[in-house]
Design a protein around this ligand. Structure first.
Ligand SMILES: [Zn+2]
Ligand SMILES: [Zn+2]
Length: 181
């Protein structure tokens, strides 16, 4: 099985990540530090964090691996990317045929650290992508207002809007505010 990102590098298993009885476990690329996790192993990704980044010299790793879309190491053709909305963001790739997922160097640990390993398949659903975008938008909107208005006014306004939320005369309150200004 060849690395989706490196030319002619065979993926290999290493050390304790291998479970001989199942002939499974993650496959590594010794050149780019990427990891292939087959569909059967996706439910135990958190076990792989300690073995992922050992003994790879990352100084020579090209930074733009993440922008390439690779081929499934099992020969199923081009994989499907999904954006992971962390800061900074990155992309994972999944084979729609065998369900395996490719993690570029460091991505597996970031997934585990952010507790995204439980629902990894969700990343490839459109609704999830949409929710993430909306959350980002909401965050941006709030941060912008906070920055422009200052913490004090921003917090007072939020508190006021909480009080007015179900108030029968909330329009009157808005009009009053407008009038006073
Ligand atoms: Zn590689
Ligand atoms: Zn595949």
């Amino acid at each position: 099985m060849k690395c989706p990102k490196c030319k002619d590098i065979q993926l290999s298993r290493k050390g304790k990540a291998m479970s001989p009885e199942r002939h499974s476990g993650p496959l590594f690329c010794t050149s780019c530090g990427g990891v292939w996790v087959s569909n059967n192993d996706l439910d135990r990704i958190s076990e792989f964090s300690s073995v992922v980044s050992d003994d790879i010299d990352i100084s020579g790793i090209e930074k733009d691996r993440d922008s390439m879309t690779g081929l499934c190491p099992n020969g199923h053709g081009i994989m499907i990317r999904a954006k992971v909305h962390l800061e900074p963001h990155f992309y994972l790739e999944k084979c729609s045929s065998c369900g395996g997922i490719w993690f570029d160097y460091g991505e597996l640990n970031r997934i585990i650290e952010n507790n995204l390993n439980e629902n990894l398949a969700m990343l490839w659903t459109l609704s999830w992508q949409k929710i993430q975008r909306e959350e980002k938008g909401k965050e941006y909107y709030h941060n912008l207002n906070k920055e422009l208005l200052g913490d004090d006014i921003y917090n007072s306004l939020l508190e006021l809007s909480r009080k007015l939320k179900d108030h029968p005369h909330q329009l009157r309150a808005l009009a009053l505010l407008h009038h006073e200004l």
